[in-house]
Design a protein around this ligand. Sequence first.
Ligand SMILES: *Cc1c(COP(=O)(O)O)cnc(C)c1O
Length: 449
Amino acid sequence: MDKDSEKKNTCGGPDSAAGDNRSKLDGAGIGTLCVQAGWQPRDGEPRILPIYQSTTYRYDSTDALGELFDLTRDGHMYTRISNPTVAEVEKKIAALEGGTGALLCSSGMAAILIAVLNITSAGDNILACRSVYGGTVNLFAVTLRRFGIDVRFFSQSQSDEEIEAMADGRTRLVFGETLSNPGLEVFDIIRFAKLAHRHSLPLFIDNTFPTPVNCRPFGFGADIVIHSTTKYMDGHAAVLGGAIVDGGVFDWNCGKYPELVRPDESYHGVSYVRDFGNATAYIVKARVQLMRDFGMPLTPMSAFLLNLGLETLHLRMERHCSNAMKIAELLSKHPKVESVSYPGLPDDPGHGMLMKYMPHGSCGVISFTVAGGRDGAVRFMDSLKLAALVVHVADARTSVLNPAGTTHRQLTDRQLEEAGIPAGLVRLSVGIEDCVDIASDILQALDRV
Ligand SMILES: *Cc1c(COP(=O)(O)O)cnc(C)c1O
């Protein structure tokens, strides 16, 4: 934030993201940040993040309230826009990713929607990698187009020239997923950051699967990071949530993003870049304009539960990864398994790229195809005892899903093929139980195929 700026209401967000934690947590490792970033109690305050279960905040004077609405005074106005409990978890997530600020949303989809719409209008277009999460493909290929935003899909196998030819004067951003759900394709962040920056475009990365424990995309040139916190960050399948994190480096003043520079009529002429500084302009606008108008905030209770999950994220990711590695090895040697996709396996096509971006591990999700196609997959899944059939991934309990029949059901056969999802694909989310128990469950179910 600019020192001499007059406007300063970031609603407990960006500027304090590093500030409060700086002295104690400067240079701290990711595990320490998981446990300790965010809520910093002062003398005599509760040790644990309090739940401020309040929609509103009391002020002494009408002037004070007026200043809040003009964004000239720092403080919370209304929980749709910000809340003290939620703000502390935003600080933790910003610290984990190494960003300047974060905005928590009611779900991962809400985060993606706000993140994209923050810098796009009807008539604009974006470039997105084809292999992203099925829900994101629906949003991009159908719903955004309905509102006049064209999404142009590329695949990583295309050349830079081919992909750059899709961009034009109305292109606003490039979008990819660090590790795609469910294909587990590793996104070449450095390549696409360079490609995007050649056209003065920011690179948006959905970092849900590796989490900042295994990959921090800002370090590789990404500009905005998005999470479905519903997955590993919460980690217990208890609360939906999403996060947008601002890397603080992209130059919004480059001439292509007037909505961040030009006066915002809905705030009597605030300019986000001028009044809040380039490093937090994006995330402040997302909060005070789009979160205000769309209303998809994370609730204080959900933020509290998410924070509990985050406190053990580093431990759980380690266990998810070591369990998944052993299960992937077991599956790859099994006669009833046709193919296994887990970039941790040395002969996986994504292994080289994985070592570049996530040398310490990827995630607990494995995709594989059982012999016998769709029927084989169904017999396998219906025979599992410990692993549950759920429409979810990335929590403490081992679970399975058949993407073509569930999460990606709305995709056409062609879209399925393009996303690399055969009908018999099983997406296995390896939990943090004892690995021998997960393995014996899988073996007995494969016996029944
Ligand atoms: C689940 C998921 C989403 C959507 O998040 P919700 O919290 O379910 O809305 C987005 N991206 C990825 C990679 C996901 O796995």
